[in-house]
Design a protein around this ligand. Structure first.
Ligand code: GLN
Ligand code: ZN
Length: 764
């Protein structure tokens, strides 16, 4: 049905590809294990794409994406599309031969070809593969994926809008292989490949193509904007009759707005969830021939849309643009939303009523577009208002005691009693640690036996008492092993935990869990973030039982393990009815009580992990200060309610700390352990230059690799660290938790680590 002139069109940017029941995950893993053929994998992929297109068509979406599907990652697909395959990988031949593709994703040739690096996609928890480009990089059209998928959908009777990662964003996210150079100098070489792809899509019958350029939501240099203008002028010329939709998301255009509105494209997509304030400026700047797709339905969260609020924005746009120039859309690809609420039959009915997953977001988008015209579904509007009212009025989202306490926090609650040097002296008097103390980051191997025991317990095949005894035995063995290996500060091993956020969420009020709310993290890996729907409170102690059990086993200091407030926030779906900082504050208060209970129970050392602190940084530098202030305060609120002689550790990984060193130091943890081994202690220079004031444990064993480092190797790293950090403030530890490792690696590696520390003590 072609739209009547007055009906407003709907547009979707991308759909989850992992499958309603993670069919793609299973198919991938079974192919990698050699259990099924790549033909079967490709069949599953084709079936999933067809289901997704039909679902979007049935929902009434006008612009349905294609090429948003990927067997692993859309940036990897783009590398293959433009022929950016590093020479260590054999070039892809037949499209059905997936070996080179998966080698780039996961490493290949039996370890000889290192996989592409992986990093977070903007501020999401999705990881993309980082293109490696050389200064003399050449490009050519090297894959037919977007054409094949367009044709595949057309054969089903659906004329899709192919999606490509735009050339600016592709280069922005790439890294130089070899010496650094200006990546944007490659744009003139890259653009002809895009031009050819656009021409081919047009020849195949595409009316629209979506170019994803979230890079326009970053701080860009004027030269980048100039380069983008030239690139898009060339693309325009290459396919004059094809309509181009430039999709920006995850933030506002800010000072890039004029430059973006001047690009020769037919439509511009804006993220009106993240940056509703940008709309007015865009309406003022948008040229008369350009349409806007207004992303009002949040693609990054799970809450039902507030139709009334969205309609205010959309009506404003409608008045300014007219119906022909307006699209209604989700804020970004729905890749970041769970697939379907239909599977959540076990979820609390009240809470379920407040949620919208990817499928529901399509319907919301279509309803909103309809409600702008005369024949909108007013029943849908009424139902939407009623659900919003029920959520607002629900006693389950409010806990007045928590609110009063959060409001009563004083600045004294945000700092330790004494400064670090005094604390250090009282901690040393209590702990009596040797120079260069050794410790680990918390978890020990989650063996197949542990996972099997947990599964039996969850299925009800093992009683709680038996499972508890099993965990006690595992913990006891682990503590004994650490004593025997000669570690100084021990841990209990975290055998009772699966996920570092889920474990706490399950014990806190205000959190809900889904049965099937999976979101792709990378490749076949999915995460199932908890949903924070209400005020957060701690009904009872969460970790004291295991930490005290472990401490009672040994005279050596036991380190208790907590996940910090920002990491809990960052790895959950967070309520949208109050600022994130307020939710972080409530989590911090709950953790503060836990820290105090651990101290009272006699735990002398407490670690609060914050691996996600850095990834929460806003995309624009201008917004960093505010975030770092409240995030730092939340950490301090959680961790500083202890005596001087209780030692607080923190741990961070994936770190590019260079720009935020003062804020890391301001957390005022007594000890920080960090990931440094992969970069050969590069990072330590940052700590040295900044003169980091407290103790540091540079990770000297890269636990992400199965390789066991030798004593000499770790000793060399410790000596390198001692070149830049005063020796008496150094610790020796691995660079992250050991839960994914096996005992056959952990046993020799930690013994080597203890030996390295001993040799260092003897001759630094
Ligand atoms: N304490 C956690 C562990 O050891 C830390 C995990 C992390 O940093 N991601 O598993
Ligand atoms: Zn870590």
């Amino acid at each position: 049905m072609s739209p009547t002139p007055t009906s407003i069109r709907s547009h979707n940017l991308g759909f989850p590809r992992i499958g309603a029941n993670r069919e793609l995950k299973r198919a991938l893993e079974s192919t990698w294990a050699g259990k099924t053929s790549s033909t079967e994998l490709l069949d599953t992929a084709r079936r999933l794409r067809a289901e997704n297109w039909r679902l979007q068509q049935a929902a009434g979406i006008d612009l349905i994406p294609s090429n948003d599907f990927s067997l692993y990652d859309q940036m990897l697909d783009t590398c293959l599309l433009v022929g950016a395959v590093p020479p260590r990988f054999s070039p892809p031949g037949e499209a059905s031969d997936l070996t080179p593709y998966f080698a780039m994703a996961r490493g290949g040739d039996h370890g000889a070809a290192r996989a592409l690096e992986m990093t977070k996609w903007f501020d999401t928890n999705y990881h993309y593969l980082v293109p490696e480009l050389s200064a003399d990089q050449s490009f050519h059209l090297a894959s037919t994926k977007p054409f094949d998928e367009f044709a595949e959908a057309l054969a089903l009777g659906i004329r899709t809008m192919p999606v490509l990662i735009g050339p600016l964003t592709f280069l922005q996210l790439a890294k130089p292989s070899g010496a650094d150079f200006d990546r944007f100098s490659l744009l003139p070489r890259l653009v002809p490949v895009y031009a050819e792809a656009l021409r081919r899509l047009h020849d195949l019958g595409a009316h629209w193509v979506q170019l994803d350029e979230p890079a326009f939501c970053l701080d860009l240099a004027p030269a980048q904007l100039t380069a983008a203008r030239e690139a898009y002028a060339d693309l325009r010329q290459a396919a004059p009759d094809l309509r181009l939709m430039l999709a920006t998301y995850f933030g506002g255009l800010g000072d890039n707005v004029a430059a973006v509105c001047n690009l020769p494209v037919d439509a511009l997509h804006l993220d009106a969830v993240r940056a509703p304030e940008d709309l007015e400026r865009c309406l003022a700047e948008v040229p008369p021939a350009m349409a806007l797709s207004i992303g009002v339905v949040d693609g990054r969260n799970v809450w039902k849309n507030d139709f009334d609020a969205s309609l205010i924005l959309l009506r404003r746009a409608l008045t300014a643009l007219g119906p022909e120039r307006l699209f209604v859309s989700p804020s970004c690809s729905l890749l970041h939303s769970p697939y379907s609420l239909a599977a959540e039959t076990e979820l609390d009915r009240d809470i379920r009523d407040w949620l919208a997953f990817a499928e529901d977001k399509l319907t919301e988008t279509v309803h909103l577009a309809g409600l702008l015209g005369p024949d909108g579904d007013t029943d849908a509007l009424t139902r939407n208002r009623q659900a919003a009212d029920r959520r607002r009025a629900s006693p389950r989202v409010r806990n007045d005691a928590v609110r009063q306490r959060a409001a009563a926090v004083s600045s004294a609650d945000l700092s330790r009693q004494s400064a670090f040097p005094e604390r250090r002296a009282s901690q040393q008097a209590r702990l009596n640690l040797p120079p260069m103390p050794t410790t680990t980051i918390g978890s020990f191997p989650q063996t197949p036996e542990i996972r099997a025991a947990r599964a039996r317990f969850r299925k009800g095949e093992t009683s709680a008492a038996d499972y508890d005894r099993f965990l006690e035995a595992e913990t006891t063995d682990c503590v004994r092993w650490q004593e025997q290996a000669g570690l100084d500060v021990l841990v209990h091993g975290e055998f009772e935990r699966t996920d570092m956020v889920e474990y706490f969420g399950e014990k806190l009020a205000g959190f809900a869990f889904t049965a099937n709310g999976w979101v792709q993290s990378y490749g076949s890996r999915c995460v199932k973030p908890p949903i924070i729907f209400g005020d957060v409170a701690r009904p009872s102690p969460m970790t004291v039982r295991w930490s005290t059990f472990a401490q009672a086993l040994t005279p050596r200091p036991m380190k208790a393990m907590l996940t910090g407030p920002i990491t809990i926030l960052q790895w959950s779906f967070v309520r949208d009815d109050q600022p994130r900082r307020d939710t972080a504050w409530q989590i911090a208060l709950a953790l503060r009580d836990e820290v105090r209970d651990l101290e009272a129970a006699g735990l002398p050392v407490i670690q609060m992990d914050e691996p996600a602190l850095r990834e929460g940084l806003p995309l624009r530098r201008a917004d960093w200060r505010a975030y770092l202030d409240w995030a730092g305060q939340a950490f301090r609120l959680a961790s500083s309610g202890v005596r001087d002689d209780t030692q607080i550790h923190t741990h961070m990984c994936y770190c590019e700390f260079d720009d935020i060193m003062p804020d890391i130091a301001a957390l005022d943890a007594d000890v920080i352990s960090i990931e440094t081994s992969r970069s050969n202690m590069e990072l330590l220079k940052t700590f040295a230059q900044f003169q980091y004031p407290n103790d540091i444990g540079p990770g000297v064993w890269d636990i992400h690799s199965p390789r066991v480092p030798s004593t000499d190797e770790m000793l060399a790293l410790l000596r390198a660290a001692a070149q830049v950090i005063p020796r008496d403030r150094l610790w020796a530890n691995p660079d992250c938790g050991l839960k994914t490792r096996q005992w056959k690696e952990v046993d020799p590696a930690l013994r080597n680590l203890v030996a390295a520390a001993q040799q260092f003590r003897a001759s630094p």
